[in-house]
Design a binder for this molecule. Structure first.
Ligand code: ZN
Length: 85
């Protein structure tokens, strides 16, 4: 998906901070659309850990920001030369 320059900067920072989704590798505001089914431990020493996960073969990627989007060098809304020349 096409991002504005500011969105790219925000996304780059999020990726740099390791905030990308562990399941699909992208950034998205809601629950991961790739996850079909997951089971969390509700009690015991592993409380809060996920014990099972199942993925959809294909899924709706609308709204997901991928690293290639965040680091896309082309700027639609900025005509300034990125090299500073
Ligand atoms: Zn995800």
């Amino acid at each position: 998906m096409a991002l504005t320059r500011q969105q790219k900067l925000d996304a780059q920072q999020a990726f740099a901070e390791g905030k990308a989704c562990q399941d699909c590798g992208g950034l998205h505001p809601r629950a991961c659309p790739r996850v079909k089914r997951q089971v969390w431990l509700r009690s015991g020493p592993g409380d809060g850990q996920r014990t099972e996960v199942e993925y959809w073969g294909s899924y709706d990627q609308t709204g997901i920001v991928w690293p290639e989007d965040a680091y896309d060098p082309s700027d639609d809304d900025d005509t300034e030369d990125a090299n500073g020349r």
